[in-house]
Write a protein that binds this ligand. Structure first.
Ligand code: C2E
Ligand code: MG
Ligand code: MG
Ligand code: MG
Length: 289
């Protein structure tokens, strides 16, 4: 076209090179290579019990350790991977590594993995996942699959089949980003979820906006009647934590408890917690004596 230079490359227009469209293109062309070079790595964010603040599991969040560029957000490269048909391969690599990492955690901890809506069109998904888990001897009962609400699942019957199969193998299913999409309630009606993750946008204004508090409370009511476990996303301060506890939320996630971090840091967090618990029980025994 008129905007293309030699070989169809965009003509350098100075700052125009830095537009998000150009960045998107680079991401796409580099992604396959990045996968081969193991530049896409798992980070882990703790999910804690809001009453005890003890870690109940970790969510795997993809990070691109690019040799030059920094901070390419998954919000950018995950959609690119979906478009390029690389999301299956990406998930497979991350999950393989995560099973190795999670082998060092206490055996009751969950591993939560995000699944793209596109993967719910692939009837081979249960087989792919069970192959990885079998090889790593990682039990399905410790796996939680997160499906984002915002994606419209266009073949809900196939999605139900795939998710039902994975659930019958023991996996837990979480509806992610609840409240931000168009069809969250329909998904709750049609798909066998165990957990609802209420989106961070409601938590952010929980203590400053009456509407947010009312919505969060109403969602809790929904979870109670549907017997869903709850996770609140994006908890950054103590007042949000206190409010969510009062409203009956079970688990939570957010910078208040820990940012996504490499496997070694997640392990260190667990070690710290274990020694704190040990110290605490020593103190309790000392008190009784
Ligand atoms: P998500 O699954 O809803 O993950 C939660 C996002 O909120 C993460 O962003 C996390 O870093 C961020 N977050 C957690 N606590 C806080 C907090 O207290 N404050 C704030 N401001 N943010 C917080 P991240 O890691 O950038 O990931 C963005 C999205 O990309 C994820 O949203 C998920 O939809 C997608 N994603 C990430 N990794 C994968 C993956 O391996 N596969 C797929 N399919 N999607 C992924
Ligand atoms: Mg998630
Ligand atoms: Mg979410
Ligand atoms: Mg999200």
């Amino acid at each position: 076209g008129p905007n293309s230079g030699l070989l169809g490359c965009p003509v350098n227009r100075g700052n125009a090179m830095l537009t998000s469209r150009t960045v998107g293109k680079n991401v796409a062309s580099e992604l396959a290579r990045a996968l081969d070079r193991n530049e896409i790595v798992p980070y882990y964010q703790p999910i804690v019990n809001l009453q005890t603040r003890r870690i109940e599991g970790f969510e795997l969040l993809a990070r691109w350790q690019h040799p030059i560029r920094q901070n390419i957000s998954p919000a950018e490269f995950i959609p690119a991977a979906e478009k390029l048909g690389l999301i299956g391969a990406l998930t497979e690599r991350l999950l393989r590594q995560a099973c190795v990492d999670a082998a060092n955690w206490p055996a009751h901890l969950q591993l939560s993995v995000n699944i793209s809506p596109q993967q719910l069109h692939d009837s081979g998904l249960p087989k792919q996942i069970s192959g990885i888990l079998e090889q790593a001897r990682f039990p399905f009962q410790r796996l939680t699959l997160e499906i984002t609400e915002s994606a419209v699942v266009d073949d809900i019957d196939l999605a139900r089949l795939i998710l039902g199969h994975l659930r019958s193998l023991g996996a837990h299913l979480a509806l992610d980003d609840f409240g931000t999409g168009y069809s969250g309630l329909r998904h709750l009606q049609e798909l066998p979820f165990d957990i609802l993750k209420v989106d961070a946008i409601f938590v952010r204004t929980l203590c400053t906006k009456t509407e947010s508090r009312k919505i969060i409370a109403a969602v809790m009511g929904l979870c109670q009647s549907l017997k869903l476990a709850t996770i609140a996303e994006g908890i950054e301060n103590d007042s949000q934590l206190e409010m969510l506890r009062c409203l009956g939320y079970g688990n939570g996630q957010g910078w208040l408890f820990g940012r996504p971090a490499p496997a070694a840091e997640a392990e260190a967090l667990l070690k710290n917690e274990q020694s704190a618990v040990a110290l605490n029980s020593v103190a309790q025994i000392a008190e009784q004596v």
